[in-house]
Design a protein around this ligand. Sequence first.
Ligand code: FAD
Length: 376
Amino acid sequence: MTIQTDDLLQHDVAPAADDARPLRTDVLIIGAGPVGLFAAFQAGVLGLSCALVEALDEPGGQCIELYPDKPIFDIPALPVCTARELVERLLEQARPFGAPIHLGQRAQTLTRGADGRFTVRTDTGTVFDAASVLIAGGNGAFMPQRLAVERAGALEGHSVHYAVRQVEALRGQRVAIAGGGDSALDWALALRDVAASVTLIHRRDTFRAAPATVEALRGAVARGEIALEVGVIDAVETLPGAHASALAALQVKRRDGEVRLPADQLIVLYGLVASLGPIAEWGLALAGGRAEVDTSSYQTSSPGVFAVGDIATYPNKQKLILSGFHEAALALRAAYRLAKPDQTRTHIHSSYDPRLAATVLGTDMQDGGATRAPGR
Ligand SMILES: Cc1cc2nc3c(=O)[nH]c(=O)nc-3n(C[C@H](O)[C@H](O)[C@H](O)COP(=O)(O)OP(=O)(O)OC[C@H]3O[C@@H](n4cnc5c(N)ncnc54)[C@H](O)[C@@H]3O)c2cc1C
């Protein structure tokens, strides 16, 4: 199933909007997991503008990061689909409403202005101005697990990386890749034609990757295209003087002793950890690291800030995708009143909604005998 959604995905290399020109929207959705994506659709159904911000480089949350190829059996009317397919379907469903998904940035601060609107800043400098904020942050932002050795932090972004963003920048370099999962092996294989040399460093000689990828890696190692170092990085060595942010070599601890491995660039792919991070500092009432909500609207203790999906807690909360969908639908109906205080929302079943038919199908229901559902 291939769905064209690239036009929604925004990999902002510079802040998409700054203090002088914040990105104004009715609803800002924090997190593009399954619940955030469904919320984007619901916002569209209600006629609300919205934008999403996601810490990862792709949408899908736990479904994509933790179990993309596993089957899910409990989504209504979908007897079985993989987690990846569910995300693709959610993107397809939200697509007609065109909400941009700002990837690779974490919502960092949340403040409320005198006019009651919210300013949300991301760690890359994008600024949103929203009538309400809907947090669909799951277990918190997924962040790469960092290399825990002295001076690695100072090299981050210079010669130590946690993702590959520009392949060309690695051309002709001596590249070391740390990790033993799919990402580490995939990048080792992909970079062997670009880099001067590729060394894969993993603590053991077995890998947690797809069998075909492991086989390809072993073949490349046997042919001398990739060097495999079984050990753990325990120190980084930098160039002297003015080049102190440049990597010179890695110290790798092997079973049989220490080895010095010259390298220009290190890519660490140890997997991701979820952390509530800045959301914990936003003054919301929390219980067990989750935001407490009122179940009539899924509003948090801060009026205008809603929490849905795994990040929300209330008596008998079930961490299910289906529960998150329901929560998002109710939260956005409450958010409507904040975005459009002068308007009364009239409920129309989607099957009778001419605006939805025009947006999703491009058809005009007026001539098709569409009638309004009984008012509720
Ligand atoms: C192995 C496994 C199997 C599962 N199987 C099922 C199943 O069969 N059926 C079912 O219903 N559920 C299942 N679940 C649970 C289900 O995946 C979760 O309930 C669901 O993913 C929650 O969706 P969410 O959108 O609330 O959060 P998530 O999927 O966790 O997505 C939250 C997103 O928010 C982002 N984020 C967080 N904070 C910030 C921030 N400050 N700035 C920017 N982005 C941020 C995160 O990076 C993340 O991508 C399963 C879970 C696992 C681990």
